[in-house]
Each structure stands twice: as structure tokens, then as C-alpha cells.
Design a protein around this ligand. Structure first.
Ligand SMILES: [Ca+2]
Length: 278
């Protein structure tokens, strides 16, 4: 059932993409008014200020270092919102495979956030598995990813237990181009490097040396359950983020036990940096 749901969700996302594209191609000669309506805005942090620019101007702004701002009102509320705009983010419950924005919040700080004045926050207990997630990187070959990073803050207040838990990155992977469900690739910050009450940025490539784990145990055709980024690229030349179920998320929760709170900011993939903010 879980796989069917995921596939249905993914199919609707893809169908939505195609529909949007077809509509754009069939549009007759646009008037100034229709052009304005067709030009969606994206929210950026530009020289410290939040501005709204046309998506047509996005790449130019990203090239000079602006970040894309995501606040609570920008989140997809359901899969229809994702279909309408696949670049949306949302909180996602990995126990029920559902978008649920009650699972997280946007808060001030803590401390000096990497971007803007705040961050996304997720608190879990027991074996809960919650994510800050998106479907927007559909089919992206890992070989085309040159920047992949995110920042976390693990507050000691209320966390108790072990101090070496962190949010971690995971996404649906396609090793062989078949676009079937092949579980997830997982990057977990090295436990010995995790510190509490401070922001830390995790480089998920690290010059090819970042260590990734496979959620299915040993990697397909291999006898190891972890590989460096560079070994992944040489072992599976076509490896990519899955196309039809392109889920990618920063997870807080199991297999770390006992629950904890994590703050997330500054997700980076190539030219895009996301500023999750209050
Ligand atoms: Ca922020």
C-alpha cells in the first residue's frame, strides 16, 4: 500500500508538470496582462531583505548569491499544491506517507541562523520519523550535483539522552534508470562531529569523501551498506534522484531513539540555497 500511495502521488506530480507545460505551449499570443498573470513570483533574500521577483529572474539572482526564502505560508498544504508548484516544500510524515504541516514550525533562531533570522523546527518523540521535504529535484543525476549541503542546530534544552543526534538527508534513489522503487540514499552527519547548541553545516559531497548509507542494507550488487559519494558515482554511473517519486527530505527522528528537537536551515543544491525562516 505504501508503494502504491507513493506512486499515485508521484504520478499526480508528473501529470501536473506535463499539464503545466502543455498549457504554456498552447497559450496564444500573450497580452501584457496575461504575461503578468503567467509570471509567478519567487521570494528571495537579497542583500538581507526579502523581495519578490519573477521566476524568469530567479537564475540571475541565484548567480549573485541570493537565497530562496521559505516561510510557513509558502509550504505546500497537500499534493495538489505540489502538483501546481513542484518547487514547494512541506513537512512530511514518514510513518503515514502524508504531507502534514502540523509536524513542524518556523521559529526565530535559535541563535544566529545561517540565513535570515530563523529556521524550520521539528520535534519528535520515540520512533517518530518526520521530514522537511520536497519533490522538486526529479530525475537529477547525482553526477550533475556539485553542491549539496544543509545546516542543523541541535538544542540541548529538552533533548536529554545522547547529544550526537542530528537531522539527516535522505532521498528516493534510482540506481539503474528503471525509475522503480529502490529505497533511499541517506547522508547522516558523522556522530563524532555533532555538537549541541550551535549551527553546523553538513557538506554531503565533501570532495567526494562524504559517506552515504543505503536504506535497503547492502547496496545493490555490492557487499557494503555505505559508500562515499565518489564511489557511488563510479559504481552506478547513471545514479539519480528518482523521477516519478522524487521525494527528498531532511529527516528528524528514527533510527535515532528517544526523540529530539532539530532546527534546519540553508539547504543547498547547486545554485539553490533555501532559507527556511520565521
Ligand atoms: Ca533561515
Amino acid at each position: 500500500m505504501k508503494k502504491v500511495l507513493l506512486l499515485l502521488l508521484a504520478a499526480s506530480v508528473v501529470a501536473g508538470c506535463k499539464k503545466t507545460s502543455d498549457n504554456a505551449q498552447s497559450t496564444s499570443t500573450p497580452t501584457a496582462h496575461s504575461l503578468e498573470k503567467q509570471s509567478p513570483k519567487v521570494k528571495l533574500r537579497h542583500n538581507g531583505q526579502v523581495i519578490q521577483v519573477s521566476t524568469n529572474a530567479l537564475n540571475a539572482h541565484l548567480a549573485h548569491g541570493d537565497q530562496i526564502v521559505v516561510q510557513s505560508g509558502d509550504m505546500a498544504q497537500n499534493i495538489n499544491d505540489v502538483t501546481a508548484d513542484p518547487t514547494k516544500w512541506f513537512f512530511y510524515n514518514d510513518e503515514t506517507d502524508a504531507i502534514d504541516n502540523s509536524l513542524g514550525s518556523f521559529v526565530s533562531g535559535p541563535g544566529t541562523a545561517p540565513y535570515g533570522s530563523g529556521s524550520a523546527q521539528i520535534s519528535v518523540s520515540g520512533t517518530q520519523r518526520r521530514n522537511l521535504a520536497t519533490y522538486q529535484f526529479s530525475g537529477l543525476p547525482l553526477a550533475d550535483i556539485t553542491v549539496l549541503a544543509f545546516s542543523t542546530y541541535n538544542p540541548s534544552a529538552g533533548n536529554g539522552g545522547a547529544a550526537n543526534r542530528s537531522g539527516y538527508l535522505n532521498f528516493n534513489v534510482d540506481f539503474d534508470g528503471s525509475d522503480t522503487w529502490q529505497k533511499r540514499l541517506v547522508f547522516t552527519p558523522p556522530s563524532g562531529a555533532i555538537a549541541q547548541n550551535t549551527w553546523q553545516e553538513w557538506d554531503c559531497i565533501d570532495g567526494g569523501n562524504a559517506v552515504w548509507r543505503y536504506s535497503g542494507g547492502n547496496f545493490p550488487g555490492a557487499s557494503v551498506s555505505s559508500m562515499t559519494w565518489s564511489t557511488l558515482l563510479t559504481t552506478y554511473p547513471g545514479i539519480r534522484i528518482r523521477v516519478t517519486d522524487s521525494w527528498l527530505g531532511i529527516r528528524v527522528g528514527a533510527p535515532y531513539a528517544n526523540g529530539y528537537t532539530e532546527n534546519i536551515d540553508g539547504f543547498k543544491l547547486n545554485t539553490r540555497t533555501y532559507d527556511f525562516d520565521n
